[in-house]
Structures are given as structure tokens and as C-alpha cells.
Write a protein that binds this ligand. Sequence first.
Ligand SMILES: N[C@@H](CCC(=O)N[C@@H](CS)C(=O)NCC(=O)O)C(=O)O
Length: 214
Amino acid sequence: MEVLYIYDHCPFCVKPRMIFGFKNRPYTITYLLNDDEETPIKMIGQKMLPILQEGEHYMAESMDIVTHVDQLDGKPVLTGASNPAVIPWIDSIYDNFNRLVIPRYANNSTLPEFVTPEARAYFTRKKEALLGDFATLFEQTEVRVAEMNKKLLELERLIKSASACNGEWSEDDIHLFPILRGLSTVEGVVYPEKVNNYRQTMSALTGVPLFTIS
Ligand SMILES: N[C@@H](CCC(=O)N[C@@H](CS)C(=O)NCC(=O)O)C(=O)O
């Protein structure tokens, strides 16, 4: 059986989880601690997840893994056309998304990649260097959530079906659901009806649970 090495919080790692779920193909998940540099470097020469292991062979890059797994049985399911508006929508919220979700992941010691204080400290140090100090980002929550809620109203107009954003499974689903799943860690986000049905349905179809806000 294929083994997928992931961090639970990581949106890129959700992508291969989705294709296994769509195809009902059994696979094994292995979570690495966020400060484990040695394991991924041994496998692919750099510290980056997701990684797919098939026997002695390791594959990196989430979309390469998705395409590979989709084609394994000769019956690909990601056959729908992309909507040229979906990726630009993701790009338009990505910076705000990261500044909302990353400090919240770092606070969540129930995530398997953060069960040790060292692993959380490693993540916090790296991400604060990139995004700014988490305490300040938390203070900006109200403005950031209001902006996200406005953008979700735009997304509402792009969703054609609860089980596939463009009506048929396409790479757009593989890019979009991980964002909505990450957002589920943020309190105060208001999901318009179609977006809400879409994220719930995709979670059920892929077996990737949304986060619960405690
Ligand atoms: N282009 C890569 C990006 C993957 C990526 O950025 N993974 C992050 C986790 S979200 C990572 O492993 N970063 C190194 C680190 O966490 O130290 C892909 O799509 O697989």
C-alpha cells in the first residue's frame, strides 16, 4: 500500500489525501514531526512534505502525486475542465489566508506534527520570520476575517455543485478544498450556503475532516 508522509495542517498535503479519497483507494498516512528534517531529506533531498512512498521509491510535489495516483488504475477521475476564475480567487486570498491560519495551527498542539514543544517552536520560529509575529496577527483577526468573509461571497458565485466546484471533479477542487479546510480553523468566518455545502461534501467525499474550533 502507498504511504503518504504529511503534516495534518498543510494544505499541500491535503491534495494527495483528496485523490486517494475520491478514488476510494486505501493508503497509509504517516505524520512527521514538524522539526524532523532528517526523514524527508533522506527521502527526497529536502525538507518538504507531502511525500508519497511506493516501495523503495519516493515522490515529492503534491500535484505530481495527485496526477500519479489518479492515473494508477488507468481510470482518472480529475477529468473536468478548470474554471479560469478559481485559481485567481485563491491567489487573491492567499496572503490573508496564511496570516489567519498559520498562527492558529501553531497554537494547536493536538496536531500530530506539533505534539512536542520543539516541533511547535520550530514551526513558530520559521513562520514568524516569514509572516510577522503571531501576537500581532491575532490582533488583526477582526479585519482579516471581515475581508475573508467578503471574498467568500465572491467564491459563492463560482461554486456550481457541492460535490465538484465546476460540476465535475477537476484540479480546481484539489486546489480549492484545502484552502476551505484550512479556514475551518478560524473562528468568525461566515460561509455562504454553496461554499458551506461544498466544503462539507468535499470533506465527506475525501475523508479529510474539517477542523473543529474549540
Ligand atoms: N510545491 C510543494 C509545496 C509543499 C510545501 O510547501 N510544503 C510545506 C508544508 S505546508 C513544507 O514542507 N515546508 C517545509 C517546512 O515546513 O519546513 C508541493 O506542492 O508539494
